[in-house]
Design a binder for this molecule. Structure first.
Ligand code: MAN
Length: 567
């Protein structure tokens, strides 16, 4: 018997037992399409491609282009088989799976003529599915209730922010008024200060110019005096012989001023006139000359005699015998001259030069070059106190008072100005928050300020909603910015199911990183997964009660990632 119709009785087809449904319809036809299969009439292919006798339906030969004449066989490549799956959910499977040896329908109806012994498991599966669905419903209900709290909290925060903003605006206005006032006071205080300083600066400049002039004249007189002192025969010319007669120029302290030593100070000339002496000779001789003047010609000082005695130099002729024990200290240490540090340094530099010379380290040609002549700075005779006095120079009392008053006015203004800037910044940040779209009912607002993490094998991802998305390699390398908060990008009817973070760090040879966040209903706000479907494009999946709709509201299914859709 060929069973064309599935009736409310058992029907044998090719040896398989098929349980029939309540309504008369050919095998593999969905209840919703039963009316198109009327056994009393010819069958019109559902796509209108032809009309065939009803006996051709399910005769295992494909007549209609859309395969609608073979809903219960695998004859048509593009047809569908409908499983009723009583006790569970109905299902449409491609016709090719009919009698292919694999149990696709839980009621086993797709394998009615196959050798595989499929059994009806719809009741058990249906029960499990219903239990799961009930659990999900419960979760959704819980999530929905939590969403109400999120809404409440979000709205509360929005209000608080509005109140805070009003307060800040008022404070800012007051602070601005205060700043303007302080600015006026500052201007008033700065006027007389400016005048006084200008006057003061002029006087000060004049004083300095005069002091400089005096100093120059003093130095000039000093140079001329030194010249006439050195110019033994008073002929206005300094000669090698004249310098040689001065022990001062015995640079290496060997007891003799050689012609070489003397010429060094004459710039390698045989003689020097006053003009040249003033320009280039004196600057060379001055440190040595003055040093020796201080050390050896003490007309007024009451320094102890030993301090004024030329320090003994190891290896020099005429060495004081009593000094013998201390001489070993000269091997590699500076000796303590007991003089002021400037002079001590000079003496030591000589001693060192001599040691080098004794060790024969120097070539003859180097001698002139290597004279360790003290720098002018070493014996600078402008009293130190005078310099310090210049640095610490105070204004006269009247000017100082004006400067102090202006400083105080400036400080007060700066403080008032800082307050305005702080308030402006705070206000701006609040305004930015208020401008953000936290969902139609402020339900997402509570997520701002929190961050959520998800770790996979290589990275820890962090999402700070309404702020940024971050990727942190487990290897310990630095964080990578995946994007800044951009906008909601869900479909029109469920805009708040997707977020976009853009303008992340640019990939090498690639685009700037970006992240999509798909949001699903769940009782916890957390990340459930992160992937990188395309290079440098990331997909975050998160759950939150914020998107949980009322359980009996079917539109909520669209937000459920694992929502079951019937074919
Ligand atoms: C890093 C990570 C990866 C990304 C590559 C691109 O290693 O940000 O996710 O694919 O850079 O070079």
């Amino acid at each position: 018997m060929k069973c064309i119709l599935a009736l409310s009785m058992l029907c044998l087809v090719s040896g398989a037992v098929v349980k029939a449904a309540e309504v008369l319809r050919p095998r593999g036809v969905a209840l919703s399409k039963a009316s198109f299969y009327d056994p009393t009439r010819d069958f019109n292919c559902l796509d209108g491609s032809g009309t065939i006798p009803f006996t051709y339906v399910n005769d295992d030969y494909c007549d209609c282009q859309d395969g609608s004449d073979e809903p219960g066989t695998s004859a048509c490549p593009n047809g569908f088989f409908h499983c009723t799956n009583v006790g569970h959910s109905p299902l449409n499977i491609p016709s090719s799976r009919v009698n292919d040896g694999v149990c696709d329908c839980c009621d086993a109806s797709d394998e009615y003529a196959s050798v595989s012994n499929c059994v009806d498991t719809c009741r058990e599966l249906g029960r499990a599915a219903r239990e799961e669905a009930a659990k999900q419903q419960e979760e959704r209900l819980k999530g929905f209730q939590m969403r109400q709290s999120m809404i409440e909290e979000g709205r509360k925060r929005k209000k608080e922010a509005e109140v805070k903003m009003d307060e800040l605006k008022k404070e800012k206005e007051e602070a601005e008024a205060m700043r303007n006032e302080k600015e006026e006071i500052k201007k008033i205080a700065e006027e007389p200060e400016k005048e006084a300083l200008e006057k003061y600066n002029t006087i000060e400049q004049e004083r300095k110019a005069k002091a400089e002039e005096e100093q120059k004249a003093k130095e000039d007189a000093e140079a001329r005096e030194a010249f006439s002192h050195l110019d033994n025969d008073g002929d206005g010319i300094l000669t090698v012989a004249e310098l040689q007669s001065r022990q001062t120029f015995d640079t290496n302290r060997d007891g003799e001023v050689t012609a070489e030593e003397a010429k060094f100070y004459l710039r390698q000339e045989e003689s020097m006139d006053l003009e040249t002496f003033l320009v280039s000779g004196w600057p060379m001789m001055r440190p040595t000359y003055k040093m020796d003047q201080r050390m050896f010609v003490p007309p007024t000082t009451e320094a102890p005699a030993e301090a004024l005695t030329p320090p003994p130099v190891p290896g020099s002729e005429g060495k004081d015998e009593q000094q013998g024990e201390e001489d070993e200290h000269f091997d590699d240490e500076d000796f303590d001259t007991g003089l002021d540090p400037e002079i001590s340094r000079y003496v030591n530099s000589r001693a060192n030069w001599e040691l080098m010379s004794d060790e024969g380290d120097m070539e003859d040609d180097d001698v002139i070059e290597d004279y360790d002549i003290p720098e002018d700075d070493d014996v600078e005779d402008i009293p130190k106190e005078e310099e310090e006095e210049e640095v610490e120079q105070k204004y006269d009392e009247e000017t100082q008072k004006l400067v102090d008053a202006a400083n105080k006015a400036r400080e007060d203004f700066d403080e008032a100005d800082r307050r305005v800037r702080d308030l402006t910044r705070e206000l701006r940040s609040l305004e930015e928050t208020q401008e953000k779209d936290y969902g139609p009912e402020e339900e997402f607002r509570v997520m701002d300020g929190n961050c959520y993490e998800y770790t996979d094998r290589e990275y820890t991802y962090r999402l700070c909603p309404f702020d940024k998305a971050i990727q942190k390699p487990k290897s310990g390398h630095g964080e990578i910015r995946l994007g800044q908060w951009g906008e909601w990008t869900g479909p029109e009817d469920y805009k708040y199911s997707r977020m976009k973070y853009t303008n992340g760090q640019t990939c090498w040879n690639g685009p700037a990183r970006s992240a999509d966040v798909h949001i699903y209903c769940g009782v916890d706000t957390k990340l459930t997964g992160v992937t990188e479907p395309n290079r440098c494009e990331y997909l975050f999946e998160m759950t939150t009660p914020a998107v949980c709709t009322k359980p009996d509201d079917v539109s909520g299914d669209e937000s459920t990632p694992h929502g079951h859709t019937e074919l």
